[in-house]
Design a protein around this ligand. Structure first.
Ligand code: SF4
Length: 343
């Protein structure tokens, strides 16, 4: 029962606005300034309660939730009402807890409506050469536990070039840290791209279907190929193995629950573990989403709980379990309700 309540709280916290920090509160760990994922563009931190954790934007000025310190603990309120009696703040390695997750380049030649990365301040572009990545991972390992390394990237000069750069980074990490799980989240268009990444040492791959239906995909990712993503997913399962391939499906783009169940079933039947991600609108993607899909009601907690329950059944039917994944979002669990981890 306690767990059901906390699962609902995770959903509410994760779908809701940011967290306002108490005046003068010193964060116990450095803030994450992500260039990818739902929190891209905002300073954020990871809040944990029970077995749940959520990455949230934080600010000293405003927030839907408020953090308080008192009685030797931290707790959250919403609108002045108690929300969570006790939370802890978890350290992030790079971007998320226990993982060094790097965005090789936030710039992108494609224009997916939901993606904040290319719209962020260009001043946040970092030089992430393979050598720089290895040295950052080594530094992080000196300071604490690093369970895995994950790599994502916008597509800057072309798909081939971006895959090559990601493979070079994976190979450098593999050379330096032979036992380290490595996850890659590329946009690929040929089987050889996946083979190159696998050969470089990547152990898990994430190729995003992005939308539950082709017509929605064509509106929100006008430069990408929906059928091609599924072909690449099929190849990825052959190359990386069943259960080592995952795919983001963003919901809240105008699809029905049935559409979502259909795509989850399709992916699971292929041996792919879907990551069902509720659409979050923010300062960077609101305008492009309005232009692509118009005004669509936001995902609420009831829908998020329904989607997570549906996904758990689909995974069970196909003998898949996200707990076997060591990298990227399924290992992190900060932004979605993850079956077998949260429910
Ligand atoms: S769930 Fe994914 S997007 Fe969210 S913080 Fe973790 S790694 Fe980043």
């Amino acid at each position: 029962m306690e767990e059901d309540v906390n699962l609902r709280k995770k959903s509410e916290l994760s779908l809701g606005g940011g967290i306002k920090l108490p005046r003068g509160f010193a964060m116990p760990f450095r803030l994450s300034r992500s260039t990818a994922g739902p929190g891209a563009g905002s300073a954020s931190a990871v809040f944990a309660f029970g077995r749940y954790r959520v990455k949230k934007g934080v600010s000293y000025d405003s927030g839907e939730f408020e953090l308080h310190e008192g009685g030797g603990r931290l707790y959250l309120t919403r609108g002045g009402e108690p929300f969570l009696d006790e939370v802890t703040i978890q350290p992030v390695v790079f971007h998320c807890p226990e993982q060094a997750f790097f965005n090789l380049d936030q710039r992108c030649m494609f224009s997916c409506a939901f993606c904040a990365s290319p719209r962020l301040d260009k001043g946040t572009v970092k030089d992430l050469s393979p050598e720089a990545i290895v040295s950052m991972v080594r530094g992080a390992m000196d300071g604490g536990e690093v369970r895995s390394v994950s790599l994502t990237s916008g597509v800057v000069d072309g798909i081939d070039q971006t895959v090559e750069r990601m493979a070079a980074a994976a190979a450098a990490v593999r050379r330096e840290f032979p036992g380290m799980p490595i996850g890659v989240e590329p946009y690929v268009s040929r089987r050889e791209h996946l083979e190159a990444l696998r050969e470089a040492g990547a152990s898990e791959a994430k190729l995003n279907a992005e939308a539950a239906r082709r017509d929605i995909f064509e509106k929100v990712c006008p430069d990408l190929d929906y059928g091609g993503v599924f072909e690449m997913l099929e190849a990825a399962v052959e190359i990386f193995g069943r259960g080592n391939v995952t795919s983001n499906v963003i919901y809240g783009l105008g699809e029905s629950d049935e559409d979502l169940a259909e795509v989850a079933e399709r992916l699971c039947a292929m041996g792919v573990i879907p990551t069902l991600r509720a659409l979050r609108r923010n300062a960077y993607n609101g305008e492009s989403l309005d232009a692509a899909i118009g005004s669509v009601p936001p995902v609420d907690t009831e829908r998020a709980l329904r989607a997570a329950g549906m996904l758990k059944s689909a995974l069970e039917r196909h003998g898949l379990n996200p707990r076997g994944c060591r990298t990227m979002c399924l290992e992190c669990g900060c932004c979605d309700l993850v079956p077998f981890r949260d429910l």
